[in-house]
Design a protein around this ligand. Structure first.
Ligand SMILES: Cc1cc2nc3c(=O)[nH]c(=O)nc-3n(C[C@H](O)[C@H](O)[C@H](O)COP(=O)(O)O)c2cc1C
Length: 248
């Protein structure tokens, strides 16, 4: 077999189709709550998505994650009960008008999705000193979040919906899944095929919040230093691209 040249153009750059596929995945990913179908997820599909998660970057390559694959209806029911309790408390935190909207939102698909997956972080996995975690101790938690995002995107590329459920007390979630005290649950994900994917975040459609224009979030050199389209060509490019990927 011919040996791959790591500096060959095909190795350095992806083809247009490959790039389109990646952006399509990113921009068509949604948080799914209400559109799950009960169809089983074939093992080969779930295995690929789990591999994508396992190939996330991690601080010091510590790979602090585990994946708890939940298929038991009883375990799901226990997590769902914990969600209902936390969600009732949460609804009261928003003022009257928003509380009404809040209560109208569906914020999980625990029981309807065929598989739930909890991605965790073992902060002690490779001992107390980790390359890259010496100053900012939370880098291991962020690594597990990277695994979550890889999982979410790969799932979308496979036609699977994913919904992240965080409205649950950590203690209750750990109890439901028998997670040891030194392991941190990072994300509880509902996973399954769906009837459809929405074009926009459901919270945007419900009028909860709008997507912030990217140029409002750009600072230059120092926090708070904004530039307008005349002052910086990147700002004008970002403004021009506001419908990206659109017809790109
Ligand atoms: C850390 C995190 C926690 C979230 N927790 C919940 C949740 O408990 N329930 C829910 O319905 N959506 C949850 N979401 C989904 C967000 O509401 C959603 O990502 C956002 O509204 C944008 O929509 P999109 O993911 O469809 O683009 C969570 C997302 C993240 C990143």
């Amino acid at each position: 077999m011919e040996k791959k040249d790591p500096q060959h153009q095909d190795q350095l750059f992806f083809s247009d189709d490959e790039r389109h596929g990646l952006y399509k995945t990113i921009f068509n990913r949604r948080d799914v709550r209400g559109q799950f179908k009960p169809d089983p997820i074939p093992d080969d599909v779930l295995s690929r998505v789990l591999y994508a998660a396992h190939h996330a970057p991690s601080v010091g390559f510590m790979q602090p994650w585990n994946f708890v694959v939940v298929r038991s209806q009883q375990v799901k029911q226990n997590v769902h009960s914990a969600f209902v309790e936390a969600n009732d408390k949460a609804a009261d935190l928003f003022e009257t008008e928003k509380s009404k909207t809040y209560r109208s939102l569906k914020l999980e698909g625990i029981l309807e999705s065929p598989v739930n997956i909890c991605i965790t972080c073992d902060r002690q996995r490779t001992g107390p000193n980790v390359i890259g975690r010496t100053s900012m101790k939370e880098m291991d938690l962020y690594s597990s979040v990277c695994a979550v995002q890889n999982f979410w995107l790969a799932a979308r590329a496979e036609g699977l919906g994913v919904g992240w459920v965080s409205i649950v007390e950590r203690k209750a979630l750990k109890e439901a899944l028998a997670i040891p005290s030194d392991i941190v649950p990072i994300a509880y994900l509902c996973v399954g095929y769906v009837s459809h994917f929405f074009d926009k975040p459901e919270l945007e459609t419900a009028g909860w919040l709008k997507r912030t224009p990217l140029d409002d979030l750009l600072y230059f050199d120092q926090w708070g230093e904004q530039r307008n389209t005349e002052e910086d060509t990147l700002v004008s490019q970002v403004v021009d691209d506001k419908h990206f990927p659109g017809e790109w």
